[in-house]
Every structure is written in C-alpha cells, then in structure tokens.
Design a protein around this ligand. Structure first.
Ligand code: PMP
Length: 404
C-alpha cells in the first residue's frame, strides 16, 4: 500500500473547504476513517441492523458472528485469547472499569505518570493513593524516580505507552519487568496513542502486562467503541462496572448469576456497527504494516521537531529526540496569549486543523509549559510537506499578528 494510495482511502481528504484541501493535524484527538471502515458500518445497517446475542434467527446470528469475529481478530492482533478482549466505549471506560473493578482501598498505592491523560489520572486518584512519576530535565520519563516509587510496593502501576502531549513513548517492557520484580504489581497500560501505530502494537504474549486499554476511533475506527484487554485470571477477579442485560446467565427475585468473561463486562446493547468498523480498521492497519508505520512515524516526527527547533518563537514540549517518540508536537508561541485565535486562523485561512488547550493532560502541560498549548499530531495519511506547510503558515500568522 503506497502512501498516495493511502490518502485516497480517506474520503474526507477529498473535501474542499472554501476551495482549500483539508490538512488534518489532529489525529491524536481522533483519526480520520478510511472508506473500508465506513463501508463496513454502512453495510451492517443496510444489510442487517439487528441486535446480537439475543435472537435465534438468521439475521441476529449473522450479526453476532460478525461481532464475535472482531473480538477474535483483536485478540489475534494482541497475541491474546478471545475471552480476554472486552468491548467498551473506549479507553476512558476501560480504565475506569479496571480502577473500579480491582476494589482497591484508599490507602493502596498506585504509581502513575505525570504525563498521563486525565482518563488515566482521575479514576486511579479516586480509587487509591496515586503517586506520580516526574519527567526528567529533557522532558522524558524519569526512570530513576519510577524505580524509587516502586520501593513503596504499589499494588498497581499505570503506564501510558505514548503521551498525547509530549509524544514520548515509554519503555513499557522494561517498566513492566521492574514492576513485577519489585512487588508483582498489576500493570495497566493506556495504549490509546500507541495502538494506532502497528509498530507500537503491544504483544501481550511477550510483555507481561495485566490490562491494556485503547479506543477504536484513534486507530482508524469509529467513535463509541474501544477495548480492554485483560489477562483472563485478572478479568475473572474484576468487578463489572455496569450491570444489566446481556451480562447474566439468569436472574431471579433474589439474585443473579453473572456470565463468564468477557461477557460479564458487556451489559446492554453494544455499538454493533462501530465494532464491525473497528474490525475493518484493524484489517487496514495490518495491511499498512509495522515497517512502514515506523518509517513514516519517524519522518513525521523529525519534521515536527525540526520545524519547532528552527524557530526561536516556538517552545516544544517534551524531548527533542526523534527516537521513542510519536508524531505529536505541543507548542507554545512567544508573546501569544490566545492560541485558539491562531488555531482558528490556521483553519480558516489555510485549511489546517489542529488543537489548542490542555489536551486532557493538564498536570504535565501546566508544569512544562505554564499554560495551554497548540498541538499538532500526524498519522499515516499525513505527509512531511503538510507539517512544513503548517510551520510556514504559522510563520506568516505570527508575523502578521506582530508576535515576532
Ligand atoms: N489516554 C490517552 C493517552 C488519550 O490520548 C486519550 C484520548 N485523548 C484517552 C486516554 C481517552 O480516550 P477516549 O476519549 O477515546 O476514551
């Protein structure tokens, strides 16, 4: 699959807005969707559209089979068993499910990281005593501090594989080994930003993590569905977050019997069409391949870092090395108090879509940058020319606004 062909797979990139092509640099928020994913969902609604797991009739069984095939395809992608894949609404629900379901006590220690997303910080802070690992002076993870905190013998270690603001990729294999050796901690990985990249796929048959959370919509799939991988022994001990239809074998006036994993975590009617779209997204990513994913990410990352380093008026969050980094750049602009004005002008005058704010990771943004950032994030359909165009457009804007 060539990159040019890859762009042609994304219908939204054919759109002209006020005569301009779309330059989409907000994939860390959500990715664009290829035609095959859109078709899979539309096909379900036009050819089937019924509920799963409930009916003993052709259409329902067909829908159930397709749905369960996606579960097995995801399991295979991760090196897991089918019953270890729980469908959720996304990373946020997956992390909340684990933080709630482990039944921690308020004084249990959980070790997390300053560069985590709020979806990883808040559920653990509510459930237990959350201690955060700092960043080092280069803006990378302070592994010495991590080892120091492991001496507290945390019950759980919550890793973020790739930060959605710094783009840092954490050495999760090494960190998992350390957590197991120090205190046999339960290791929970937020893989929302890493799983979209085939070269960062976590193979759970090789890395001894207990839980992995991710969302379909960041990896070419639709919104409304995501996944929690859990080791079967861990899932068997986890309390479900949601109770209701579909997760019980029987109910009487006194009690009920929960179904086996993974179904006891999937109460209610799921996002069936979106799950089928998720399956197609995985197929697409498999075809894209690990080698190309790595090479392309490196090129985009280099373009992001180079563009920022070449300009005195830009401050870039995180390490300035292209190694162990994703194509995410969070920037501050000298003398600029309102980044949202810049984002609006980039969109209206240049067709460039990027994001401003704290990126749902306020502790690291506040600590490293003191205020909101403008974030660009690139993915498989972006080119280095688009990154260069972003910086050239920014040059024009900051000069026009008299900021430099
Ligand atoms: N973790 C990280 C690192 C993220 O980037 C995001 C999404 N921005 C989330 C968790 C939450 O994902 P979702 O909104 O799909 O639940």
């Amino acid at each position: 699959m060539g990159l040019e062909n890859c762009q042609a797979d994304f219908p939204v990139l054919e759109r002209l807005i006020d005569g301009q092509r779309v330059t989409y640099l907000d994939s860390a928020a959500t990715s664009l969707k290829p035609r095959s994913v859109i078709d899979a969902m539309s096909n379900f609604y036009s050819q089937n559209g019924v509920n799963i797991h409930r009916g003993k009739y052709y259409l329902s069984e067909e829908a159930s089979d397709s749905y369960e095939r996606v579960r097995y395809s995801i399991a295979q992608y991760l090196g897991a068993y089918g019953n270890e894949i729980v469908f959720t609404k996304g990373t946020t629900e997956s992390l909340n499910l684990v933080a709630y379901g482990l039944g921690l006590q308020q004084d249990d220690i959980v070790v997390g990281f300053l560069d985590s997303h709020h979806a990883q910080l808040l559920p653990w802070r509510r459930a237990a005593n959350l201690k955060l690992v700092n960043l080092n002076s280069d803006g990378g993870i302070d592994l010495d501090h991590y080892h120091e905190l492991l001496k507290l013998k945390p019950k759980v270690v919550v890793l973020t594989h790739c930060s959605n603001v710094s783009g840092n990729i954490a050495p999760i294999e090494e960190m998992t080994i350390a957590a197991k050796e120090a205190c046999d901690a339960i290791v929970v990985v937020d893989a929302a930003q890493s799983m979209p990249h085939p070269h960062l796929r976590i193979d759970v048959s090789k890395i001894d993590v207990d839980f992995v959370a991710f969302s379909a919509h960041k990896m070419l799939g639709p919104t409304g569905v995501g996944c929690l991988y859990g080791k079967s022994s861990r899932l068997n001990e986890l309390r479900p977050l949601m109770l209701g239809g579909g997760m019980v074998d029987w109910v009487d006036t006194e009690g009920s019997q929960e179904r086996k994993i993974p179904h006891r975590f999937e109460a209610g009617t799921p996002a069936i069409a979106s799950t089928l779209g998720f399956g197609e997204a995985i197929n697409y990513l498999k075809r894209f391949g690990e080698k190309k994913s790595l090479e392309h990410t490196e090129e985009l990352t280099e373009a992001i870092i180079k563009g920022a380093m070449e300009r005195d008026y830009i401050q870039l969050l995180g390490t300035k090395s292209t190694e162990n980094r994703c194509a995410i750049g969070s920037l501050r602009i000298k003398n600029c108090d309102d980044l949202s004005d810049i984002a609006r002008s980039l969109s209206d005058s240049y067709g460039i879509m990027c994001r401003t704010g704290h990126m749902c990771a306020q502790p690291i943004v506040d600590e490293q940058m003191g205020d909101e950032v403008l974030r660009i994030s690139a993915y498989i359909y972006n080119t280095t020319e688009e990154i260069e165009r972003f910086y050239q457009s920014l040059d024009e804007l900051v000069s026009f606004l008299g900021l430099v």
